[in-house]
Design a protein around this ligand. Structure first.
Ligand SMILES: O=C(O)C[C@H](O)C(=O)O
Ligand code: SF4
Length: 508
């Protein structure tokens, strides 16, 4: 690799494994606000433990390293074609080293390219400027929070908030609604970038651009500065909390930008980013390709590993295969520790299992909604490099049927599931366990052995069915076999809180 490629590899590795100081500070502040022993505090402790491990071991903070997106500023005359090739080479190498998960999938064939290269991936935006340096910023924004982006066309009617008109107060309502609708599914507590104006494409681009601002900056536009402050204060009263467990901190950052629109369109676009807010940048010498300095790193922020994220003493041990009787004795709020075998299964596997047999006996088993980062050693053995949960709600159309068909007793995921699954849990005697989203190192350490894999060639690494031997794998019962769902409770209560914010705040 040439010097530029080495610099880019460093940028990718650091972005994937080492959260920037402004993000760490926001997470630390959240940790201080949540009550000791609460579910939100437990989730935040796990997150902090994970951040510390990822940095120490130079491994991905979260297994979903997203759609790598590079924003490049370069001097006039700089060769953008060469830099594009260098970026592609660095992305390929980072994937080989397990710093990026192979995430580039052909939507028509379902084929994962395996190296994060393919039509449209990675994303690279070039801009010219008058300076001599080349500045390269990178964001790794995962799919769960990307799915929670939302775009509003004003005027509109919003659940809980009523009419949102083409004015500042309408904008206010859209942003509050955007935070509410994400619930815990985008791994709250999150960050939002908001774009006001533009068209559908540039509105979203503007929203994503805001995610590159430092969390500590102050918006030069006074109106927007006021709106950012209002949203930060107010959204944190929705009590959605970390992972949607309820809690004082729901939003960690809000940055708003504005651009002109055309008369017929009025968009408010919101880019939601999970707590694993991975963005960094480098300034590179265009002649040598060497890094001159890092962006977002003008200060240092250490996080201390919490004594114990989960209180193992009071946890209930679930040894797989699990009996129906033990599952039916569990209730929402119980902390469990899983031992034994679990099987990963996400979108492709659910789609497949509806019409086919499972490759292994799943009776009494644990199905983990997870697409890990895996590496094979020289002897052909697989190792888990990152393995946090994925958003479960995507499997809602399939889950209840799959639980019943295969006799599964526990589903592990994050963000919760809906009414159909809740009824299915009750009928078949199963539970939904919430793992802490993004805590990919924390859970990777719970895997003692990779027992095997099915559908690797067919579906690729993240979507394959991995058979894992785990020990000391903690999670929380958030949907039980008695018809209770913490997710429904938090969603209902936060809607009531949203309704309280209906009255105008900003002059129209
Ligand atoms: O794809 C994943 O592993 C997780 C995804 O980012 C999600 O939040 O659902
Ligand atoms: S799993 Fe959570 S932390 Fe990871 S990319 Fe998805 S939303 Fe972000």
């Amino acid at each position: 690799m040439n010097a530029m490629q080495e610099s880019l590899l460093q940028l990718i590795t650091e972005t994937s494994t080492n959260l920037p100081p402004d993000v760490r500070r926001a997470i630390k502040r959240a940790q201080l606000q949540e009550e000791f022993g609460s579910r939100a505090a437990l989730a935040l402790n796990t997150i902090v433990d994970n951040i510390v491990s990822a940095e120490e071991d130079v491994q991905p903070i979260c297994q979903d390293t997203g759609m790598p997106t590079f924003i490049v500023y370069c001097p006039v005359g700089f060769n953008q074609l060469t830099l594009t090739e260098d970026i592609r080479a660095a992305v390929r190498e980072a994937t080989k080293l397990g710093k990026l998960r192979p995430n580039s999938v052909d939507p028509l064939t379902g084929k994962n390219s395996g190296d994060n290269l393919g039509p449209g991936t990675p994303v690279i935006h070039f801009h010219q400027w008058e300076k001599d340096d080349v500045e390269i910023r990178l964001i790794l924004k995962g799919g769960g929070c990307e799915n929670k982006n939302i775009q509003y066309a004003l005027p509109t009617e919003l659940p809980g908030l009523g009419r949102a008109g083409r004015d500042l107060d309408g904008i206010r309502k859209c942003i509050l609604h955007a935070v509410y609708q994400a619930q815990g599914q985008g791994c709250s507590a999150g960050f939002i970038g908001v774009g006001i104006g533009g068209d559908r494409t540039t509105g979203y681009e503007l929203a994503k651009e805001q995610l590159f601002r430092s969390l500590d900056d102050v918006n030069p536009n006074e109106t927007l500065a006021e709106m950012e402050k209002y949203i930060m204060d107010t959204a944190n009263h929705l009590d959605i909390g970390t992972m949607g467990f309820g809690g004082k901190v729901t939003l960690l950052g809000c940055k708003i930008g504005v651009m002109n629109r055309i008369p017929a369109s009025f968009y408010v676009s919101v880019a939601y980013n999970c707590w694993a807010f991975r963005r960094l940048g480098i300034v590179v010498d265009p002649a040598t390709g060497e890094i001159r300095r890092w962006l977002y790193r003008d200060s240092e922020e250490r996080l201390d590993r919490p004594a114990a994220a989960f209180d193992e003493k009071n946890a209930i041990v679930l040894q797989a295969p699990i009996s129906e009787e033990q599952i039916r004795s569990l209730k929402v709020g119980d902390v469990v520790i899983i031992k034994g075998e679990m099987h990963t299964g996400r979108d492709e596997i659910h789609h497949y299992l509806i019409d086919h047999d499972a490759p292994v006996d799943l009776r009494g088993g644990v199905l983990y909604h997870c697409g890990p980062v895996m590496l094979k050693d020289e002897d052909g053995n697989w190792h888990v490099k990152a393995a946090g949960p994925t958003t479960s709600s995507r499997e809602e159309p399939y889950q209840a049927d799959i639980i019943e068909k295969f006799g599964i007793r526990a589903i592990i995921g994050k963000g919760g599931m809906g009414a159909k699954t809740l009824a299915g849990l009750q009928k078949s005697g199963a539970v939904y366990l919430n793992a802490i989203g993004g805590a990919a190192q924390f859970y990777a350490h719970c895997v003692k052995r990779v027992k095997g894999v099915d559908f690797l060639d067919k579906f690729g690494v993240p979507e394959a069915m991995w058979h894992l031997e785990v020990d000391g794998f903690p999670a929380i019962v958030t949907m039980d076999a008695h018809g209770n769902s913490l997710h429904k409770e938090v969603a209902d209560e936060s809607l009531v809180k949203l309704e309280d914010l209906k009255e105008p705040v900003f002059a129209c």
